[in-house]
Write a protein that binds this ligand. Structure first.
Ligand code: MN
Length: 501
């Protein structure tokens, strides 16, 4: 068996030059020496953990500094090495990444020392943890990507931890890390995190899900493969040829959530396995959809065009559900190669493309600011600043729970700009996202050209227009129905300024 070290180096050789490989080897040796005496609770040498983290970061095609930061991420925290040493031995950027990760993790150790604390202070600690994480993430997204990969590896060896810790870590993974991965578009990591946590948090439900699904996934995949020749023939007649056909198997935790929605009826979970067509261009995607609907009738109301209207995390694809051969209901997803890579690697895929496109910019760039479509990360940074100094720290936690991690909808402005909101958001929440003044001066709202009450719950895809009146102030009654913690805060501020609150 090849050692982790050899695998890492040979994989890195595909992308980095000799000098860079030397730098990587120096980091590997440094990590090995620093962690020399340490063992994981699994009994293996500690250094295997950072090696696996670095290996996954390399597979995700992240840059060399990130990979090295992954190798060194536990060095300052767990050994005598200081951040200054990392700076002088490696570079400023690696030292920054490692330092950010150490800061995030420090909170964990306070928890350890006060293990008999009550749940209130536990929440206090979590809050501080959140704040540090958000701060670090807004500065440089790579910090959070390393953190997610670190958590993923730790979840794989969760069995070695004491029972009470297993449950807490798994719960935290479901509550914070998996949603964070999805928000960054790292769907594959999000799904893995959920499936690793699922049996620890909900053991009975996990067993039940496995039992209900049985061999259905394998059978459905075999069926999908059997209908492919029919599809390919029709596509060919229309001069269309997919670059690839893939089969996406729904992960356990997601099946469980779907089962709950569908009254535990597995027959209604149509996308247990979905067929995925990778087409050369966007217009080929729509053309292929037309062909599919001409051979197999679509199930009404199940078609989704995430190409024209991408999900808030940037996800793009066409989804349709059809009655295929023998009336079997199946889901088919159609997208381009770029969309497919982004669906899997999210933000990381952007960096990869930039790196490939323009090596000079890549080398010069100091820190990794989020691409435009992840503008919400910049928003987070703004919100973070606003909430950081509030006297009531609970407000920040509320904000994260309602505004950030909640399921998202996207609505449109009359000009067609997409606004990303939490589920249940009202026209007032929408107005404050456009501009505080528009929120303050709102007197009415139109959804798809029809007047709606201000407490109306917006739905994805709706076009929202706000009617304003100059000099008007927000009404205290709005506080009772607005959804977002950020909206509440803005309204309260104006009311307080005018002594109405
Ligand atoms: Mn670690």
């Amino acid at each position: 068996m090849k050692s982790l070290k050899t695998t890492l180096i040979s994989l890195a050789k595909n992308r980095f030059n000799e000098k860079e490989i030397d730098f990587l080897e120096k980091a590997i040796n440094f990590a090995e020496e620093s962690h020399q005496e340490q063992k994981r609770l699994t009994g293996e040498p500690f250094v295997n953990h950072p090696l696996r983290v670095a290996l996954l970061l390399t597979q995700m095609k992240l840059d060399l500094n990130t990979i090295i930061a992954g190798l060194l991420h536990d060095v300052v925290e767990d050994t005598k090495i200081t951040n200054q040493q990392i700076r002088s031995e490696f570079n400023e950027e690696i030292a920054f990444l490692v330092n950010s990760l150490t800061k995030i993790n420090k909170i964990k150790y306070q928890q350890k020392n006060n293990s008999d604390d009550n749940s209130f202070s536990q929440q206090q600690i979590d809050q501080e943890n959140f704040r540090n994480m958000i701060l670090a993430m807004a500065k440089d997204l790579r910090v959070i990507i390393i953190k997610l990969v670190d958590r993923l590896d730790n979840m794989k060896t969760l069995w070695a931890l004491p029972l009470e810790k297993q449950k807490r870590k798994a719960q935290e993974t479901l509550d914070i890390f998996a949603p964070l991965a999805y928000r960054l578009g790292l769907t594959d990591i999000g799904a893995q995190l959920e499936d690793l946590a699922f049996p620890y948090v909900y053991p009975e439900e996990y067993k039940l899900t496995r039992k209900i699904v049985g061999r259905r996934r394998e059978k459905l995949e075999a069926y999908l493969k059997s209908i492919v020749p029919i599809l390919l023939e029709q596509l060919k007649k229309n001069h269309l040829e997919p670059l690839a056909i893939k089969y996406r198997t729904k992960h356990w935790y997601s099946i469980w959530r779907k089962l709950q929605k569908e009254e535990m009826d597995i027959k209604r979970v149509y996308d247990l396995v979905a067929m995925r067509l990778i087409m050369p261009t966007v217009s080929d995607c729509y053309a292929a959809l037309g062909v599919i609907h001409s051979i197999w009738k679509p199930v009404p109301g199940r078609f989704k065009d995430y190409i024209a209207l991408p999900k808030p995390n940037g996800y793009q694809s066409l989804h349709t559900t059809v009655f295929a051969e023998n009336g079997q209901i199946v889901e088919i997803q159609i997208r381009t190669k770029e969309m497919d890579e982004e669906a899997e690697w999210g933000v990381a895929s952007h960096w990869f493309y930039q790196e490939m496109k323009d090596n000079k910019t890549y080398k010069k760039r100091k820190s990794y600011v989020p691409p435009k479509k992840f503008y919400w990360i910049r928003q987070l940074q703004e919100w973070q600043k606003q909430f950081y100094n509030t006297t009531d720290p609970q407000q920040f936690l509320d904000f994260l729970k309602t505004d950030f991690f909640k399921d998202r909808i996207f609505v449109l402005t009359p000009k067609g700009d997409i606004i990303d909101l939490p589920e249940g958001a009202t026209p007032i929440d929408f107005a404050y996202q456009i501009h505080s003044e528009i929120g303050n001066e709102a007197i009415g709202a139109k959804v798809n050209d029809k007047l709606v009450p201000l407490d109306y719950q917006l739905k994805s895809g709706e076009v929202v227009e706000i009617i304003t009146k100059k000099g008007k102030l927000p009404s205290p009654s709005w506080l009772e129905f607005v959804k977002m913690a950020e909206t509440k805060k803005k309204i309260e501020e104006v009311l307080r300024r005018h002594k109405l609150f």
